[in-house]
Design a protein around this ligand. Structure first.
Ligand SMILES: [Zn+2]
Length: 450
């Protein structure tokens, strides 16, 4: 199937649907049309929906034969993040096929899945025509900037067209650890996000007379140090403990990773061995706060009278806006009354139902993993970032981040390549992903009927 997958993936990479967060970027309709033409070559009609001109998402919905059967959707995104050419070994939009890899921005996040799922979908629909439940393919715009012109807009405006009971999208499939008994992540949920803006006042003055001045830049610098020092409380959920229990690590190491006061040292040791996994466990064991934007001052010779700090906060299941404000205030300590705290964006953490491992999608995925990698464990994972899957989870759908990859794609490889330089995907991984997407519907609908 390589001769179908590779040219489609190359075309999507070369279309340069770069989303820099502005409504006039992305231009995903170009790639939506590439996939539309691809489906047309199989005689499959599709629909392009645009929130604004140029920001197209592509949809195909094949009705099922049994109204009782659940629906299954493959969802990918068409946009990619910007790439700085100077840091890459090649043009980031070359799509070259070199050394067993396809190179380019989006090769891992996530044009690989968007392309392999499209080819599998077309092959299946042209051969089987219909499955018991609705079978849906959706490739969306604007995932890299909150989905307001893509997934979120579709869910809010066209729920009847895009609704699904079960969804497969990005964010999983990587090898969590190394060795014979290593596990593969099936992402069953993700952390939520809160963006906070902290504002502080000072008093303006001449830059040549700083003695006893009330400099807002110095205050904001203190705030950054305080936030960095006072880490939010560790909170080990049932899902976290289950993840650790399933890891291919020694008994003592797993125990240390499961006890809050031993965790900081256990993470330090794990970092030396597997930094991707250490970062992941750190992220899913607490609310994280990363001070990412600082603004103060307007002119070199004026002491700034105001400053702002923007915090990227990622929250655990059940944490609320109030929890965020309380924890940020606690981090600021005695400085807290000097600041105004504004929450500028919020989305709760979301996890597919607790009985997730009994779901037909989990069972089917586990069966397909077992047929390729016998003996590998399936580890239900909480993702540290956000994906478009959250909009369907909020509607009660069971959503997993998954595709099948080769063993090179460890959690460290995966997280380093996301939005990183020299992004590339192995042709072996493309074939494995295609195979998963091609075999999934039959296995899934069988498990659903059991
Ligand atoms: Zn992505």
């Amino acid at each position: 199937m390589k001769d179908k997958i590779i040219p489609l993936l190359q075309e999507l990479i070369r279309n340069r649907c770069v989303n820099n967060g502005r409504p006039d970027s992305g231009n995903e309709t170009v790639s939506a049309k590439s996939i539309q033409a691809f489906f047309k070559s199989y005689g499959i009609e599709s629909e392009i929906l645009e929130a604004v001109t140029g920001r197209g998402s592509l949809l195909v919905r094949i009705p099922g034969t049994n109204p009782e059967a659940p629906s299954l959707m493959y969802m990918g995104h068409l946009d990619v993040v910007p790439a700085n050419c100077e840091e890459w070994n090649c043009d980031p939009f070359c799509g070259d096929n070199r050394g067993g890899y396809i190179w380019g921005r989006g090769a891992i996040d996530m044009l690989n899945i968007t392309a392999t799922a499209a080819v599998a979908f077309a092959e299946l629909v042209s051969r089987h025509h219909h499955f018991p439940g609705d079978f849906i393919y959706l490739a969306v715009a604007d995932e890299e900037a909150s989905g307001r012109l893509g997934a979120r807009w579709l869910v809010e405006n066209y729920w009847d067209k895009v609704k699904a009971d079960y969804v497969i999208t990005e964010g999983g499939g990587f090898f969590v650890d190394i060795g014979r008994n290593s596990g593969i992540a099936i992402t069953v949920g993700e952390k939520g996000l809160a963006a906070a803006r902290l504002l502080i006042k000072g008093k303006p003055g001449h830059g040549s007379l700083p003695y006893m001045s009330d400099n807002a830049a110095i205050k904001i610098a203190h705030a950054v140090c305080r936030i960095n020092r006072s880490a939010p409380h560790i909170r080990l959920s049932g899902l976290y403990k289950k993840i650790v229990k399933n890891l291919n690590l020694g008994k003592w190491q797993k125990m240390n990773l499961s006890i809050p006061f031993l965790l900081p040292n256990a993470l330090k040791n794990l970092y030396k061995q597997n930094h991707g996994l250490a970062r992941q466990l750190h992220a899913i064991s607490r609310m994280t706060i990363s001070p990412n934007i600082i603004n103060a001052g307007t002119k070199i010779n004026i002491i700034p009278d105001s400053a702002a700090l923007e915090l990227d906060i990622r929250i655990l299941p059940n944490q609320t806006v109030e929890d965020v404000i309380n924890i940020v205030s606690r981090c600021l300590g005695k400085m807290k009354d000097d600041f105004t705290i504004e929450i500028t964006d919020f989305f709760p953490s979301n996890v597919s139902a607790p009985t997730t491992q009994d779901s037909p999608l989990f069972k089917a995925t586990r069966e397909l993993i077992g047929s390729v990698y016998p003996g590998k464990k399936c580890i239900p994972m909480l993702f540290s970032g956000v994906t478009d899957g959250r909009f369907w989870r909020m509607h009660g759908a069971t959503v997993y981040g998954f595709a099948l990859f080769d063993e090179e794609l460890t959690i460290t490889e995966y997280t380093d390549k996301l939005h990183g330089v020299n992004e590339r995907v192995s042709i072996k991984s493309l074939e494995l992903s295609y195979n998963y997407f091609y075999r999934l519907p039959e296995t899934f609908f069988r498990c659903a009927a059991e």
